[in-house]
Design a protein around this ligand. Structure first.
Ligand code: NIG
Ligand code: FE
Length: 414
């Protein structure tokens, strides 16, 4: 048995057993001078420190939070953590004035990471992904969605999904696998994109499903990548194989991606920088959760952020995530995302925290087990070096993570 006591604020995120909307996003269920009791990796009790200490068995291990803020482990609901190499050369080109779209058009972008990822062995990919997993832990993140999408051939996509499964055994983080074979048209099919769709639907999806390698299917629905009809075909097939749906929608242009997510009843529509009021209304009607990725807007040097306030006012169960990837968002830090959400999208840190814990958990069908500190849930929590939760979004460029626990075991200490 483990007892955590003396948290300046135990931010429980307790509340209704569903994603939070409207004013609920600001209600964090904070217990001042809080603590919790853990048995067999699960939270048994949450309360004030004196209530936790009362009647504690002699052999219980006590963690003194020393007046730090304690939060549920962050849940990152959109990430691309398995890839080879990096794209620092493109970052440099963008600093000299090139745009993401120009670089992609010239054969860089996603395709350049595909070339490196195909050339890497499963062991090499695993080694690099393990390092990324450590970065997530250092940031206080304990659940991470993990997309494939840098293979674009049957063998290479399977290789990436296997690495994600190996990571699940080798890292304490839970990785939730998503098949993103429709991230770009594979280079072999540049001039015959319909044939790549055939390959996705007839070869890749059946194999991914047969080997139970993914829970979700995603697609980059964007001009020059996959149009609405292609997305309907791929995601329709994915659903027939029992996969749930997520979409990269309306990132660079508004081509109706959010509307399509609503039409298909997807779990999430992600990015949404260009989505307007019609897309927002459609997502609300269909119960689609928007996943906002401000770090990718920032890192690409763009200025148009998604309309978070309008989405919250419309009653959407907003999620924040990193979009960790080598091209558009090389950060694993949800703390940085909280800062960007506050300064660029006018979301308070309270709203931001709900968005990257409990709401993110529900978007991954993990709302019953993680995302808040409530009895019966996994004892996944992090201590942060501050005494007011709002400092998480206020300080930036420095990690405040002090230590991280997953199922009651310490997995990181600064
Ligand atoms: O979410 N938009 C598509 N996919 C990624 C970028 C991938 C890359 O540039 O490697 C994103 O931003
Ligand atoms: Fe992405």
């Amino acid at each position: 048995m483990l007892a955590l006591v003396n948290a300046s604020q135990l931010v429980t995120l307790s509340g209704p057993a569903r994603p939070r909307v409207g004013h609920e996003l600001r209600e964090l269920g904070i217990i001042s001078d809080g603590g919790l009791l853990v048995r067999n990796g699960l939270i048994e009790k949450v309360g004030r420190s004196d209530e936790i200490m009362r009647g504690l068995p002699r052999d219980a291990t006590i963690i003194d939070a020393e007046r730090r803020v304690v939060l549920p482990g962050f849940v990152d609901a959109h990430a691309h953590p398995v890839f080879a190499g990096n794209r620092v050369d493109e970052f440099d080109l963008r600093a000299r004035g090139a745009t993401y779209e120009e670089i992609a058009h010239a054969g860089g972008g996603i395709q350049s990471t595909v070339r490196k990822t195909r050339a890497a062995s499963e062991a090499e990919l695993f080694k690099q992904a393990k390092r990324h997993a450590e970065w997530f832990l250092e940031c206080g993140t304990t659940t991470v969605e993990a997309k494939s999408g840098y293979g674009l051939s049957l063998a290479d996509e399977i290789k990436i999904l296997r690495v994600i499964h190996e990571l699940n055994g080798a890292s304490p983080i839970e990785f939730v696998p998503t098949f993103l074979g429709a991230h770009a048209i594979a280079p072999e099919f540049r001039d015959t994109p319909q044939q790549y769709l055939d390959c996705l639907v007839n070869e890749m999806l059946p194999q991914v499903a047969a080997e139970h390698l993914a829970e979700y299917c995603d697609i980059f629905c964007e001009a020059g990548y996959f149009d609405l009809d292609s997305a309907r075909r791929v995601l329709g097939a994915a659903r027939q194989h029992g996969l749930k749906l997520r979409l990269h929608a309306d990132q660079l242009t508004n081509n109706g991606g959010a509307m399509l997510a609503a039409e298909l009843g997807a779990a999430t529509a992600d990015h949404l920088e260009q989505t307007g009021s019609d897309g927002i209304a459609a997502m609300h009607a269909a119960g689609v959760q928007p996943v906002l990725l401000p770090a990718s807007v920032y890192s690409l040097g763009k200025s148009r952020y998604p309309r978070a306030r309008e989405m919250i006012d419309a009653g959407l169960a907003v999620v924040l995530a990193t979009d960790f990837n080598p091209g558009s968002s090389p950060t694993p830090s949800l703390q940085m995302v909280l800062s960007l959400a506050a300064t660029q999208m006018k979301m308070t840190v309270a709203e931001g925290l709900s968005a990257c814990t409990i709401n993110a958990a529900y978007s991954l069908a993990r709302g019953e087990t993680v995302g808040s500190l409530e009895p019966g849930k996994l004892a996944n929590f992090a201590l942060h070096d501050c005494d007011d939760y709002r400092e998480l979004g206020y300080w930036f460029g420095v990690s405040q993570t002090h230590s991280v626990y997953i199922q009651g075991e310490q997995v990181f200490q600064a």
